[in-house]
Design a binder for this molecule. Structure first.
Ligand code: F0G
Length: 454
């Protein structure tokens, strides 16, 4: 059969509330054109994030009832630990309440004034947690990864030559080498197994630990299976094992590729590092057998991990995004290609070329998608990255809008609707206004800034 169908049937549903364009215009204005300020009830299709928004399976809800809430030594922890270790065989698995908590613990130990941490592209919470310790976060993505239309199969790869030169120059100041799979900030693009292997070898050459931010590990493994030579006949779980066998540790947000609504972990092989991490965990998250989670959350994650490596699911997942990308491309909407694993990224700067980057074309498009169709997306551009610590403004490298797809939540007719909204917008896009900021906080302004149309 040609059609790739959703590999599930629906047992429990949530209604979505319909609004008119007129209502949405008023709601956007009331929210000062910041879509984070909208009530979720006023959103028709919520593509703000794929994080924590997955639909859990009946088996996961069943597992929730089996959660054991003992403070210490809970069997839920054993199930969680076993499920993680089945895919990522690290010696120490330390649960946390979400990904950034794992990052905060790791860099409270490895970070510090003068340290430098290289990666393909750090996600913003990783960067934030590194910088909060006085260290610097460095992105060493391959050049192809920054070109929205370049069809390189692994645009999330780190530039090994630059990494080697970086470690040669700064080796003593580098506490670890990182890589993020898939590269969220760069369009959900995958990293090849060969690149992970070379990164591990390069880190080893300088005697440094290699840590993977594994948030979207299953999507990454699926891309490896599809695109990397010699990987086509392998099981997804085996590819995942290969990816993590090369690393000395990982940080993880279970809100992504574990189908959970909350959770994460830090995994490490080094005993001394793990002991320091657990001490910190007890202070900030909780006892090492629950780490800021309820026993039921640990069980939901354990079950989710057995479901996420299902190839039929991953095929549908990746195809859903590719379908939207192909249709938007056909409409002449500039999109990041090839399609990423968890989101569709639209190049707003190029589509709304009449809007100067300092008047936030990504924000303009995100607001227009909401007003026109009730779709909530996220600007990833000059609003997010444009302000330097000294208060000056400069355009970000790109002005993208991310349509992040919650897992197992929307169907193909939702996808068709999304495309239709873009089609409608095509007719009037040249009249969309740019925006100025009327109020903003010191840092992470995209969450709370207020805007006005120009
Ligand atoms: N690393 C990556 C690559 C991420 O995408 C995220 C979260 C984190 C770490 C932090 O995990 O949210 O559990 O603390 N990304 C979400 C997003 C928020 O919308 O892309 P967390």
């Amino acid at each position: 059969m040609k059609t790739i169908i959703e590999p599930f049937r629906i047992k429990s549903v949530e209604p979505i509330r319909f609004t008119t364009m007129e209502e949405r215009r008023a709601l956007a204005k009331d929210a000062h054109y910041n879509l984070f300020s909208l009530h979720a009830d006023d959103v028709l299709i919520d593509l703000l994030t794929d994080s924590g928004t997955s639909a859990m399976s009946a088996a996961q809800w069943g597992a929730v009832m089996n959660g054991d809430e003992s403070y210490a030594g809970s069997p839920s922890f054993e199930r969680f630990e076993g499920a993680v270790r089945h895919l990522m065989d690290f010696k120490h698995i330390i649960p946390t309440h979400q990904g950034r908590a794992a990052e905060a613990i790791l860099f409270s130990i490895l970070g510090g004034e003068g340290k430098k941490v290289p990666s393909n592209t750090h996600f913003d919470t990783t960067r934030g947690n590194i910088e909060a310790t006085g260290a610097q976060a460095h992105d060493l993505l391959i050049a192809e990864g920054k070109d929205p239309s370049n069809l390189h199969p692994f645009k999330g790869n780190i530039d090994i030559e630059r990494l080697d030169a970086f470690l040669k120059e700064h080796g003593d100041a580098v506490p670890c080498v990182m890589i993020t799979v898939t590269n969220n900030a760069g369009g959900g693009q995958p990293v090849s197994l060969a690149n992970i292997r070379e990164t591990a070898a390069t880190a080893r050459k300088y005697n440094l630990p290699f840590i993977i931010d594994g948030c979207r590990f299953a999507e990454n493994a699926y891309f490896i299976k599809q695109r990397e030579e010699g990987q086509g006949d392998r099981e997804i779980a085996d590819i995942v094992r290969d990816m993590f066998e090369l690393a000395d540790g990982m940080t993880m947000s279970a809100k992504k590729d574990a189908f959970a609504n909350i959770g994460g972990w830090l995994a490490l092989n080094d005993d001394e590092l793990a002991q320091k991490a657990r001490n910190r965990l007890i202070m900030t998250e909780g006892f090492p057998t629950y780490g800021g989670l309820a026993g039921r959350d640990l069980d939901a994650i354990a079950q989710g991990l057995s479901e996420i490596v299902d190839e039929e699911y991953l095929k549908y997942r990746v195809r859903s995004n590719a379908y939207i990308v192909e249709r938007l491309d056909a409409l002449g909407v500039p999109v990041v290609k090839p399609a990423g694993g968890h989101a569709v990224f639209v190049d707003a700067r190029s589509w709304l070329h009449h809007i100067d980057p300092l008047q936030f074309p990504g924000q303009a498009l995100a607001v227009a998608l909401y007003e026109m169709g009730g779709i909530r997306a996220c600007e990833i551009g000059t609003v997010m990255f444009g302000r330097a610590p000294d208060g000056s403004e400069k355009p970000a490298a790109m002005d993208l809008v991310r349509l992040a797809m919650p897992r197992r939540v929307y169907t193909q007719s939702h996808a068709d609707y999304i495309v239709e909204v873009f089609e409608e917008l095509s007719a009037t896009k040249d009249k969309l206004p740019g925006y100025r900021i009327t109020e903003e906080p010191q840092a992470m302004r995209h969450f709370t800034a207020k805007f006005a149309p120009i």
